[in-house]
Ligand binder design. Structure first.
Ligand code: HEM
Length: 202
């Protein structure tokens, strides 16, 4: 019975990392990338997202609760999991180790980022291009944002690899090698989008 519950929790954790949390991450990076087209383009893209119908319901059920579950169960895995050196390669064990570290870095970054933007917006601040420009004018915050964004992207891309194994999509060793290259490509592509967006505010 306890084994069943653990199995269900693992599967749910894995799924939520991709849908909806991973999908939201991509959408968020794409909206931020509008900053490369200037202040007005970014403000209208982000105000469009803010004006979506059922905004609070979407934020709570599509972003906040799935992320909270994934983060809490992720912390449990990160601090209890052991590397599986006999089943997986040296490289994959390293990737799993970095997966746990980037999960923790992403959590620290997200708590700060949500406080600085979404919570401030709820308290009446106008979250816009200028606000991000002010935040990123501080070199310490710029470094923090670069590390946080790259860490979230690595965690998502490498997580896609293990998601495909968990859900039986990549079963053969060959398909797992191919998915290593595909997820590496996703990491590089999303990193370019994320870093370009950050530097558009600087
Ligand atoms: C932007 C936010 C996040 C995204 C997009 C994300 C995405 C993912 C994905 C897709 C997976 C792979 C699921 C699988 O292995 O089948 C994963 C795994 C994992 N996540 Fe996250 N995650 C995020 C935040 C976090 C946070 C805040 C933590 C907290 C520490 C965390 C901890 C973990 C851990 C430990 C795993 C490995 C699970 C395992 O392989 O057994 N994640 N994540």
């Amino acid at each position: 019975m306890a084994g069943n519950r653990e199995f269900f929790n693992r599967k749910l954790h894995s799924l939520l990392g991709v849908i909806p949390v991973g999908v939201f991450l991509i959408q968020h990076l794409v909206v931020n990338h509008f900053a490369t087209r200037g202040e007005e383009a970014f403000n209208s893209a982000s105000h469009f997202m803010e004006s979506l119908p059922f905004r609070y319901l979407l934020e709570i059920f599509v972003i906040f609760l799935p992320l909270l579950y994934h983060a809490i169960y992720g912390l449990y895995i990160a601090f209890t999991a052991k590397n599986n050196t006999s089943k997986y390669s040296y490289f994959r064990n390293w990737m799993f180790y970095i997966q746990r570290i980037t999960g923790v870095i992403t959590l620290i970054f997200l708590v700060w980022h949500v406080w600085e933007t979404r919570i401030q917006a709820a308290m009446g601040a106008d979250v816009n291009f200028q606000m991000m420009e002010n935040i990123l004018a501080n070199p310490f915050m710029l470094a923090f944002y670069i590390i946080g964004v790259l860490s979230a992207i690595f965690h998502f891309a490498n997580g896609l690899w293990s998601f495909m194994v968990s859900w039986g999509i990549t079963v053969s060793p060959r398909s797992q090698v191919i998915s290593t290259y595909v997820t590496l490509g996703i990491f590089v592509a999303l990193s370019i989008v994320g870093i370009r967006a950050i530097f558009a505010f600087v």
